[in-house]
Design a protein around this ligand. Structure first.
Ligand code: HEC
Length: 107
């Protein structure tokens, strides 16, 4: 029995390392507020959803092309541009959340 559990762990862990925690990602996505000028008005309660409706992530000509691209180009890109301040693990969590909910790329 122990042996089977060990083999299962070995098989599963590379996948678990590649992606993040979608629950933490959703919490970060919904609740992280940052400062940004929106339509010429400086606000300090901006979230990702201020600019992005859910339909943005499922539109035909969406930009992300793989999980890595979603994580490293787009979530990381908006994190940098907006000075959100997420750590790399947090960017991975948010990318995992968006991927499970909308994109469905292989992780
Ligand atoms: C001030 C507006 C704004 C905010 C706030 C914002 N973004 Fe973006 N985001 C953009 C723009 C502009 C693009 C590029 C869209 C384009 O070029 O068509 C983009 C693109 C993206 C994409 C790629 C979408 C696709 O087509 O596949 C993702 C993913 C994304 N943003 C995630 C985030 C996350 C996560 C946050 C929260 C930290 C965030 N964005 C906050 C403006 C914003």
């Amino acid at each position: 029995m122990k042996k089977i559990a060990l083999i299962a762990t070995l098989l599963v862990s590379p996948l678990a390392l590649a992606s993040g925690d979608p629950e933490s990602g959703q919490d970060l996505y919904d609740n992280t507020e940052f400062s940004r000028s929106i339509n010429g008005e400086m606000r300090d309660d901006v979230t990702c959803a201020t600019c992005h409706q859910p339909s943005f992530y499922t539109r035909k000509d969406r930009l992300a092309s793989s999980f890595k691209n979603l994580e490293q180009a787009w979530v990381q890109g908006c994190n940098d541009t907006m000075n959100v301040g997420w750590f790399p693990e947090e960017v991975t969590d948010v990318a995992t959340y968006l991927n499970r909910k909308y994109y469905h790329f292989d992780e």
